[in-house]
Design a protein around this ligand. Structure first.
Ligand code: FDA
Length: 305
């Protein structure tokens, strides 16, 4: 209930102005966001890499209706990638892109052109790009852009949201040789006509999608903090003969860092999703919505504790 409310307000301009104006918000946001500048993002990548963690870096921002802002976001990614390449991390440092931040809502061709610029800059340092998945109205467009990008950059990946009723079919389509699919539960408020609503139904759908990906020929990126799903992944890896390195785990910056390090210590590739930038509102509200304890943490900080 609280989660649904927070997801609804994640798109409200009025609440955005109120929350971003609160004096202590920044301190709380820092738990989930790696900083505002390219330099801070680079420092975080270096620190995580020293801890044997791979990264995927997200320049915060979404849903722009302004062509100039879309171009600026693409440029920010290119600048970021140029700052990351000297670290020599290759595919252990990739970027995640929300197509809506590079103009998808204005013109799909514009978003594709910007995504191509980002893929080319990433390829120069040997790193792939993964497309985030946003609300259900964008899925067909995002998968079209993915197919176009993969013609020149076959390692481009995409997030698939287990809560969508269509996702098992999408996983089947994407389970082929060379594909990289990040499986997530899904973080947006979606109607029952397109998405499973209960936590249990979403978890079951996640397992069905995971099974398809693990049985397939691509590279599954298992993005969850859920211990039960990690246990299921290990069972499926065993069943389908996937060794460590034939799939990876992904978690969000600032969430279950102990678990991230334990999995990496056991030899798994663990990739941390590192968001940075000043447009953190939508991302932050989705993290609050996922876990009531985060709201309590937010309120305690506002109260000065
Ligand atoms: P679940 O929410 O059931 O959480 C399991 C456990 O993890 C909780 O009990 C708690 O211990 C911990 N946990 C989870 N969320 C937490 C939080 N916010 N704070 C503290 N603890 C928390 N979604 C999307 O729609 N499109 C996308 O492109 C992406 N991309 C993406 C990349 C990566 C690397 C990750 C890890 C996640 C995404 N997501 C996403 C978000 C995803 O859809 C989902 O909302 C979150 O991962 C939470 O779901 P879990 O699978 O962790 O399970």
């Amino acid at each position: 209930m609280l989660g649904q409310l927070l997801l609804a307000t994640s798109r409200s301009a009025l609440v955005r102005r109120s929350v971003t104006g609160l004096p202590l918000t920044r301190k709380v946001v820092d738990r989930f966001v790696a900083g505002e500048t390219t330099g801070q993002a680079r420092d975080t990548v270096e620190r995580l890499s020293d801890m044997k963690l791979a990264v995927t870096v997200d320049h915060l921002g979404e849903e722009t209706l302004d062509a100039g802002a879309a171009a600026a976001t693409a440029k920010a990614y290119v600048t970021l990638l140029e700052a990351l390449h000297p670290l020599g991390l290759g595919d252990r440092a990739e970027v995640s892109v929300k197509l809506s931040a590079v103009g998808q809502r204005l013109d799909e061709a514009m978003a594709l052109a910007h995504a191509r610029e980002i893929c080319a800059a990433a390829a120069a340092g040997g790193s792939p790009v993964t497309l985030d998945m946003e609300d259900h109205t964008t899925v067909d467009s995002t998968l079209r852009v993915l197919r176009a990008l993969r013609e020149d950059h076959p390692s481009t990946g995409v997030a698939i949201q287990a809560y969508l009723l269509r996702s098992e079919d999408d996983c089947r389509e994407l389970a082929g040789e060379g594909s990289r699919v990040r499986l997530v539960k899904g973080a947006y408020r979606e109607p029952a006509s397109v998405a499973h609503q209960s936590k249990a139904a979403v978890d079951r759908a996640y397992v069905r999608c995971l099974r398809i990906l693990m049985a397939g020929k691509g590279y599954p990126m298992v993005a969850t903090h859920d211990d039960r799903l990690i246990a299921v992944t290990e069972l499926l890896a065993d069943r389908f003969g996937r060794a460590i390195g034939d799939y990876e785990y992904q978690m969000l910056y600032g969430i279950r860092t102990d678990r991230q390090q334990a999995l990496a210590g056991a030899g798994h590739t663990v990739r941390v999703y590192v968001p940075y930038g000043d447009d953190w509102y939508g991302y932050f509200m989705r993290r609050l919505a996922e876990r009531p304890a985060n709201v309590a943490f937010f309120l305690r900080a506002l109260g000065g504790k």
